[in-house]
Design a protein around this ligand. Sequence first.
Ligand code: ADP
Length: 393
Amino acid sequence: MGNVKLEDVTKRYGDVTAVDDMNMHVKDGEFVCLVGPSGCGKSTTMETIAGLTMPTEGDITIGGTNVTHLPPKDRGVAMVFQNIALFPHMDVYDNMSFGLRLRNFDTDETDRRVERAADILQIKPLLDRKPSELSGGQRQRVAIGRAIVREPETFLMDEPLANLDAKLRVHMRTELQRLHKELQTTIIYVTHDQAEAMTMSDRIAVLNVGELQQIDPPLTCYNEPANLFVAGFIGSPSMNFIEGEITADGFDSEFVSIEFDPVDFDVSVGTPVTLGVRPEDVYLADDRTGVPYPTKHIDTVTDVMEPMGDEIFVYLLHETCEPTTIEESQHHSNQLLMSIDPATEISEEDHVAILFDRTKLHLFDQKSGEAISHGLETAVAKQTATQPPTSEN
Ligand code: ADP
């Protein structure tokens, strides 16, 4: 059984708390990505699971056994790292079977395991090649193969694709998903790349400054981020944030106000809050097909445009605060990013009215960062009980 439990795990290096009171339960057969910015404690968490470092406090259980004080070799885990250390003078077969031979596995069993791993990874034709005769992706597959032949209960992977070029990384993502489907083994995978985490995992564990922020399926992290950090980290481009406060009429800020009854969201008048809206939930007011619960119009002027082929990213500024310099436009706090259909006729410095989908708005407490609500539909339901949904304008 490859379920992994971290209970109250803390790791300190002198004054630095690399992992802070981490509680996490990875189920048997689950693919969990640890994701977060550089220095947030991903690798340290992984090292405590692997047994490469001892936690200062707390317990680690793998498959029901408390392994906190066991050496790495007795934990039933196999690791794959970013830096693939293959023996240059050995061929692929010898590189993959090296660990088994050290443990005195007989030739038949070694052959069986290497064949199976090579089969899964589609590297059978490469078994007699030296690492120098392999591409980056093939070398990475051999490194994964070396972990597979151990037939571990849990794979621990620390940024294994980080050294590959962008195209190969995307390809290897699919390979890893396939591998997971085939092996049905627990995988704990460290990455700083939220897109990698979103596409591969059953659940994402988002870390920041050593603390677990949220552990949920990718779409839950995307649609219902627990706090401002997760909201800003998951999703590319990032969610737009608008700082304001709660009034008796709802949310109010310098340029945007959204009507709702604060009582419905259990939030007091005067509370500083941040409104979050993803770029794809910002609409042009005259093209609001599919927005049943639109907000009031907001008058903006288009700034920089980034055509991506399948969509256009349009940076918007409030009409009354057009920037005068490039620096000003780059650091403008009232800038909003909108993602729209590439067929939309729009150019720089156009005056456009936009609106948001009320059901897709997120409200966060500015002080604690915690989410207050995802969607303002409670208010919408109340408001529309007596009238059909229309623009508030
Ligand atoms: P990540 O993998 O998310 O980039 P790490 O787990 O490597 O983060 O590091 C978390 C924090 O702990 C960082 O502030 C880092 O500088 C610190 N840290 C990691 N390893 C050591 C160490 N051996 N000695 C001192 N500080 C360390």
